[in-house]
Design a binder for this molecule. Structure first.
Ligand code: NAI
Length: 246
């Protein structure tokens, strides 16, 4: 296989780190973008020379075009993009301010658009590429108290399809992964303080246990490589059956 270069946003922790681990194990040089320098440094220490940390807060949209330009200059190409960075906010619907709503939308949706647009320009020139967006169960069914998060992830599914129809004829596949409930800091925060929600999660997950970040890593590697070369525009649940559970 010729040398491949990937970008994973939010690659310094949780699911993003697990995706990066799988990519590097498969010989893919991976640039991890994050806003926490310490997390990035720790990831680099674990993953070694194939891991390239870049510090950037992607909610500052104007920093994205120069960041991607810089990456292309340094690495020459981008073959794979995983839009993984995301934030959640759990609050009653009527308590959410416009600023809070907008802040989740900016990080989870606008930045995905802006990073994908800049990377797609480069992929279009090369005539190939794979873009993977990380969605959520919040786009598959209604979840209370996560209004901005649900809106952002549902828009991600729509954007995945719209990007796929526009970019696939030009050699770029675009897919999403909808993780179920995966053991990370994000879910610990959301579930450990809310036993009722936790019971509900397990009650409708036929496999009966939470997923590991590495499970999403395996799915991302599949969608990134030629093993999925005839797959585009799908939202793949990796959820132990949660999305079809009763
Ligand atoms: P996490 O909080 O461990 O990781 C998110 C990463 O994104 C962190 O490294 C964080 O620093 C980075 N990030 C956030 N905002 C950023 C910004 N403005 N600029 C740069 N980096 C930023 O969370 P986790 O669980 O690993 O989530 C990763 C993705 O998976 C998110 O998109 C999340 O919505 C999604 N997801 C997670 C699920 C779970 O069960 N953990 C379930 C469904 C979706």
């Amino acid at each position: 296989m010729s040398k491949k270069i990937a970008i994973v946003t939010g690659g310094g922790s949780g699911i993003g780190l697990a995706i990066t681990e799988k990519f590097i194990a498969a010989g893919i040089e991976t640039i991890i973008i994050g806003r926490d320098e310490n997390k990035l440094k720790e990831a680099k220490e674990i993953l070694g020379d194939m891991c390239h940390p870049m510090s950037c807060d992607i909610s500052h949209l104007s920093t994205i075009p120069p960041l991607i330009e810089n990456i292309v200059k340094q690495f020459g190409q981008i073959d794979i993009l995983v839009n993984n960075a995301g934030i959640n906010m759990k609050k009653d619907f009527t308590e959410v301010t416009d600023e809070e709503f907008q802040s989740v939308i900016t990080t989870n949706l606008s930045s995905v658009f802006a990073v994908s647009r800049e990377v797609a320009k480069q992929m279009l020139a090369a005539g190939s590429g794979s873009i993977i967006n990380i969605s959520s169960m919040a786009a598959q069914y209604g979840l209370p108290r996560v209004i901005a998060y649900s809106a952002s992830k549902t828009a991600i599914d729509g954007m995945t399809r719209a990007m796929a129809v526009e970019l696939s004829p030009k050699g770029i596949r675009v897919n999403a992964i909808a993780p179920g409930f995966i053991e990370t800091a994000m879910t610990a925060k959301a579930l450990n303080t809310d036993p009722e929600r936790k019971a509900k999660v397990f009650g409708r997950t036929p496999m009966g246990f939470m997923g590991q970040p590495a499970d999403i890593g395996d799915a991302a590697l599949f969608l990134a490589t030629d093993a999925s070369k005839y797959i585009t525009g799908v939202v793949l649940p990796v959820d132990g059956g949660n999305s079809i559970g009763f």
